[in-house]
Design a protein around this ligand. Sequence first.
Ligand SMILES: [Zn+2]
Length: 303
Amino acid sequence: MMRKNPALIYTAVMGILIFAFSLFNAEAKPVFDSEQAFKYLLKQCDFGPRPPGSEAHEKTCKYLISELKKSSREVVTQEFIGKTTHKNLDLTNIIAHFGKDSDHKILLAAHWDTRPYADRDPDPENRDKPIIGANDGASGVAILLELARIFHKHPPDIQIIMVLFDGEDYGMITEDMFIGSRYFARNLKDEWRPDYGILIDMVGDKELDIYKEPYSYRFAPDIVEKVWSLAEKLNLDGIYHELGPPVLDDHIPLIEEGIKCIDIIDFNYPYWHSLEDTPDKCSAESLGIIGKLLVELVYSENH
Ligand SMILES: [Zn+2]
């Protein structure tokens, strides 16, 4: 019979303890569930096109508020009349708070409305029909809904102001676009003013190509560098160091009000503003890339 070797027993016990601790730790670390995010994308698309004034717009608004209420300590809405050059619209920005009481605040935003007409559809017959907006609308919101679930489970050390903007994509000219973000920026309460903001838009494309957006780089170069260096650290596919095309988007009204805000956007999407912007052009993997990046960003910030 072999004698029991105390050193071996000690090593075995320590090994088991380290293994159990690592399991516990893995459990505690926030993990972005890209499949769940994709379900949020599908759910929004199931309502159909969601332009302001439509029944689907109203239903989606209720859905988003009830979904956020499951995880946020405070969900408020900004209901207002959005004036376009030819119409008045009933619009709603949805704002949710997460995280611990801290002076350090980050704003995360996406637009939830979809474009009322597919003016870039290859078929002229389709150009006055509303789009489903799987990528242009649902993708950014899907990531934020999944983040909301994570923030509820693992409250960040900093404050997160999450905003779903309405009226981003109503018209052909800038006056008829970014209506929700303009309203939010011009009616900003002190408690909402973040240290910086991240806007995500068109981030679900299966073939993800994200370049640094030039307005973001001009007005918030440090935030662009911070986010892009995290992407590099995580070795994420589809995020490139070069500058891409300048994009007017919901970050501009925030920048105009003195908030550093960047836009993470894939503007290389052939189905943009066409009836072909449907879920099959998007993927859970792409949502997962941006989700993982934002999880890393939020949990690496200290209060
Ligand atoms: Zn659009």
